[in-house]
Each structure stands twice: as C-alpha cells, then as structure tokens.
Write a protein that binds this ligand. Structure first.
Ligand code: URA
Length: 234
C-alpha cells in the first residue's frame, strides 16, 4: 500500500503537487470509488486516473552521464550531487547512486531507490564487471597487464581481485579496465601502485550495459527492463 499522491506522481511521471491536484479534482479512483484525499493509502493496481489504469513501478533505475565536479551522493551540505541533476519527473525520495564515482570521474552512474538491486550489482561476489577508460601520465604494457590479472596490491597492503587491463594499440597511455569490486579510489590506487598517475577516468559500462552515447554530461534517462538485465549479465 502506498499513498495515492505517490502512486499517481510515480506512475504518471508528474510532480507530487500535480498528483495532488488531479486527486483533489476527483479524477482518481481506487477501484470504483472516487478518492479526493491524496494521503489515502491504496494498492497501486487498483488505482486509475481519468478512467485509465495507472502503471506503477515499485522502483526506478536511472542511467546518468556524470559530469566532473559533481559528487556521487544523495545529498551534500555544500557540493552539487548527482541526485541534484535528476529532473523532477524522474526524481523520487530515496534515490541514491549505486556505486560511487570520484568527484572528478566522468561517466555511467546508476541511480535507483532499490537497495537490493544496488547490492546485487555492487557485491564483488556477483562478479558484475564495471568498465572504465583512463588516460595515464605514462605508457603501460605487459607488466601492468599481468599485475592487474594477478591482483594488484595497493599501497595499504590490500590485494585487489583479478582485473582486466587492455592497452590501446596506438597509444599506451590510453587503457580500458574491467573490475568487479569498488574499493575507495580503486583504479587510481591500482595505477598508483605501479607508479602511474590517472589523468582522466570515465566509467563506460556496468555489466553488459554501455553508457548511452546520446546522453550529454549531466543528462540522464530511465532504464528499460531489458537494459537492467544487461547490467546483471556477466
Ligand atoms: N576508481 C577510482 O579511482 N575512481 C572512481 O571514481 C572509480 C573507480
């Protein structure tokens, strides 16, 4: 059971205040009965608005192309956050980024209000690969590829799980990395352990789902069911 104004706003993609207006103007029914109190709780499948059944999704999943200078958090007292960039029609209470990117890292951030899904994609046990592209301050090669494969030992002595490092054939400072865990500053620290500095970092895919190239930095869109299953695909 959910509040009627929440059901209408989420399922019809309208703001909470517009949902309240629709309810107060007697356009919403629960079963056969018109209900004009937005705070009434109802089962989503029984709700209709102006005679059409509303399609209520319990959770929302959003792909964002994160720009630099924005923090991966739900809220922050001083800094602009990824949730601040979500337009009102997609915004929901409880939205959070499933996996953090550093303030200067760009690319794919998944925002959701589904804690179980976030746990599934982030837990290293599930081996969902996150793909990054980086520009380094110096060239790397076979030695670093092998070290990433064996599991890099970070400056604090902890060992990373095996990771895939690919070097661009025409420029050994440009690399692609695939990791299935998300330690703090992990990629920067993996390269720092090789004496290499990461100049630019971008997440380009989660699981088998690539960042939509049509999203400009700061833009986002809702994901389809098929896209969600691509994230879970190993
Ligand atoms: N690794 C990093 O070092 N930074 C990120 O933002 C993501 C992965």
């Amino acid at each position: 059971m959910e509040r009627l104004d929440k059901i209408i706003s989420v399922s019809m993609g309208v703001t909470r205040s517009r949902a309240k207006q629709l309810i107060r103007s007697a356009q919403v029914k629960v079963g056969a009965e018109i209900v004009t109190d937005p705070s009434v709780k109802a089962a989503p499948e029984q709700v209709s608005c102006s005679e059409r059944q509303v399609v209520y999704k319990k959770h929302i999943y959003i792909m964002m192309n994160k720009p630099a200078g924005v923090v991966s958090a739900s809220e922050d007292a001083r800094e602009r956050t990824v949730t601040d960039l979500v337009p009102e029609k997609l915004y929901r209470k409880g939205l959070f980024p499933a996996g953090r990117l550093d303030k200067d890292t760009l690319g794919f951030v998944l925002l959701t209000d589904d804690g179980d899904f976030a746990h599934r994609i982030l837990s290293p046990k599930n081996h969902i690969l996150k793909t990054y592209e980086a520009v380094l301050d110096k060239p790397v090669g076979e030695r670093e590829i092998q070290r990433f494969k064996d599991g890099v030992i970070l400056g604090d002595g902890s060992r990373c799980l095996s990771a895939l490092l690919e070097v661009a054939p025409d420029n050994a400072r440009r690399v692609r990395i695939k990791i299935c865990e998300g330690k703090y500053h992990q990629i920067k620290r993996m390269f720092a352990a090789q004496g290499v500095y990461v100049e630019e970092l971008r997440r380009t895919a989660m699981g088998a789902l690539a960042l939509d190239g049509a999203l400009a930095p700061g833009e986002c869109r809702e994901l389809s069911e098929d896209e969600l299953s691509l994230i879970l695909k190993k």
